[in-house]
Design a protein around this ligand. Structure first.
Ligand code: DGL
Length: 266
């Protein structure tokens, strides 16, 4: 019998940071990744539009016979998770909850900052999830829209990246947060710059590993985890698969094989 895959999607490349954690934590699982490169960025779009794109992708992935859907995008998790859970026939996992749970667990001062896209910040999804864990937390949010193009242009290590990070992170420093959630899939690529600006006492929470562990325990609890054989990866992009593959190579230094073109009707 062929293994059923886990479907994973993002607005584009950023979700590959989450795919990497899934591959390491669940090496026996088949994974199908969909990067919506035709519609990226989601971070500056409305809830209605992001939900429409997400539902189209979910429909395509469900058509591939997946057993679970992972939203490897903070913006889509923040805006479209309830609708996807309502409409999908498979369990749906988002990144917000695992990230919020981890941040609430590791903060010592109870002061947490959230970095994300404009849409994620506006949705208040992280503060809601954090306060559910601990109603006494003090939370600040900061949208960092220039971080995504910086990463996609491979500028993460330039002085420009440091200058932009210093500007965005000034209010975060002022808030005295001891824990900062990297609430956007691209931000882990800027981890060094962000840590350099915030200093060694601030803990950065990258939800990729927490999400992978949540997926693993869900599959184990439901007797759906694969325990042998090497998992297969299939990658789709909704536009320019060659560019997608090129950027993926330097962003992740991880081999993703052939990228197939799959246009959606969104
Ligand atoms: N993947 C998106 C997120 O995690 C960032 C890129 C975008 O704006 O589409 O929010």
């Amino acid at each position: 019998m062929t293994k059923k895959a886990i479907g994973v999607f993002d607005s584009g490349l950023g979700g590959l940071t989450i795919l990497k954690a899934l591959r390491q934590t669940l090496p026996h699982e088949n994974l199908i990744y969909f990067g919506d490169s035709a519609n990226v960025p989601y971070g500056s779009k409305s809830k209605q539009t992001v939900t429409r794109f997400s539902l189209d992708i979910a429909r395509f992935l469900e058509g591939q016979g997946i057993k679970m859907l992972v939203i490897a995008c903070n913006t889509a998790s923040a805006l479209a998770l309830p609708e996807l859970r309502k409409r999908c026939g498979v369990p749906v996992l988002g990144v917000i909850e695992p990230g919020a749970q981890k941040a609430a667990r590791v903060t010592r001062s109870g002061r947490v900052a959230v970095l994300g896209t404009e849409a994620t910040v506006k949705s208040n999804a992280y503060p809601k999830a954090l306060l559910k864990q601990n109603p006494h937390l003090h939370i600040v949010q900061q949208a960092c829209p220039l971080f995504v193009p910086l990463v996609e242009e491979n500028w993460a290590k330039t002085p420009a990246a440091r200058l932009i990070a210093q500007t965005y992170l000034a209010p975060v420093k002022q808030s005295k947060a001891d824990t900062v959630i990297l609430g956007c899939t691209h931000y882990p690529v800027l981890k060094e710059v962000i840590a350099g600006v915030l200093g060694p006492r601030v803990q950065l929470v990258d939800s990729a590993q927490s999400l992978a562990e949540a997926a693993q325990s869900f599959l184990q609890q439901h007797g759906q985890a694969e325990t042998s054989g090497r998992g297969k990866l299939t990658v789709y992009a909704s536009d320019d698969p060659a560019r997608f593959k090129r950027l993926a190579a330097y962003l992740l230094a991880d081999k993703i094989g052939t990228v197939h073109l799959k246009k959606l009707n969104a």
